[in-house]
Design a protein around this ligand. Sequence first.
Ligand SMILES: C[S@@+](CC[C@H](N)C(=O)[O-])C[C@H]1O[C@@H](n2cnc3c(N)ncnc32)[C@H](O)[C@@H]1O
Length: 220
Amino acid sequence: MLERARRLRREMRFLMELRMLPPRVAIFQWRARRLALRMGDRFSAVSATQPRRLKALLSTAHGRRRVVELGTGTAWTALSLAIADRDRTVLSYDSIERPERKRYLRLAGPDARRRVTFVSAPGDTGPPDRERVDLLYIDSSHEREGTIREMRAWQGVLGEGSVVVFDDYAHPNYPGVKEAVQHLELAGEQRFGLFVHEVSVPINPAHLELQPPSKTESSC
Ligand SMILES: C[S@@+](CC[C@H](N)C(=O)[O-])C[C@H]1O[C@@H](n2cnc3c(N)ncnc32)[C@H](O)[C@@H]1O
């Protein structure tokens, strides 16, 4: 009974927060959430970027056309980024190709789907070409070393004005994200659990070298 009330409250909160999103994104998120509940897909419900934070990500992404996401999960955020801007392309990496993803792709519509490319590889594989990336969204291993490796792999395609967004910054379960940001000495600001860094000066190459693993590393 208590669990049912809790679940209901969670769903109500999700529904209320959807109002912050652009209508087409809100509709997609709502349909994806309902499908996840029907399929018993707890992973998506828990791991996908929640509406309040997604709103902050979409605002940061405004006008940014070439977006890369590291950590696709079941693609709720990759598809939302594509739905939010008809001229945007999204390249999304994950080391695991989750079978549920296909079901959510169907909810997004052909146009948004066409503009999202999935790569089954770790985020530190790096870019497929030299094309500039306007926004790099890191929501993958949540580990210090892994995050530093990803920044090393992608920094060559980040130009002045590109933005790097780190998810779960300051999350108590994922200290590695903050440790990586601090190690790299990145300037930026926190927005609803995201750390947003706008590229202005190149990262000190010495900071991109791998350091001995931190004792506090954890994975998502
Ligand atoms: C929090 S989930 C991503 C959720 C997704 N961004 C969203 O909002 O729907 C984290 C994902 O990162 C993936 N992952 C973990 N380590 C990775 C790595 N080194 N490279 C790429 N993906 C990784 C996991 O398989 C998992 O699917």
